[in-house]
Design a protein. Structure first.
Length: 150
């Protein structure tokens, strides 16, 4: 994990790749819990028998499940000391170039694209890529927006 002593030190890393989270396995139980929480029980996610004959040969994680892992990956990649709060402001754009098949290992990678002053603090744009081990294409690419308040 990369640790920054202040938001100013973090801002000096603009344009840099910040690192990677550890790998984690996406199990069917996680997919099932996400389906239950979101009422998205499409067979391609929750029916392993039917999914065997589907386009991916197995169940796949929901795109929004993959995106939600970004919140877990970011604090595993970097931390900024001296903040009173961090506010998730939203996203600029999100793409899902490739699926996450059940049992796959994924990790997040972060790049600080931009950081600028705002009335409440520093507003960052961090590109997060969710990579699938052994795959060429990322499963998710998202530009996240976070407000850092010292």
């Amino acid at each position: 994990m990369r640790r920054f002593a202040s938001v100013e030190e973090f801002a000096a890393a603009k344009g840099e790749h910040l690192g990677y989270s550890p790998w984690r396995t996406v199990e069917q139980s996680r997919i099932d819990m996400f389906a239950e929480a979101t009422d998205d029980r499409q067979w391609i996610h929750v029916d392993p028998e039917r999914a065997k004959d589907g386009p991916f040969g197995t169940t796949i994680a929901h795109g929004y499940l993959t995106l939600s892992l970004v919140s877990a990956f970011m604090p595993e990649i970097f931390f900024i000391d001296g903040l009173s709060s961090v506010v998730n402001v939203g996203l600029n754009k999100v793409r899902f170039p490739a699926p996450v098949k059940v049992g796959a290992r994924v990790r997040g990678g972060a790049e600080l694209l931009d950081i600028k002053n705002s009335p409440a603090g520093k507003l960052s744009t961090v590109r997060m890529k969710v990579e699938v081990e052994g795959e060429r294409r990322a499963a998710c690419v998202a530009e996240t927006l976070f407000l850092y308040v010292a």
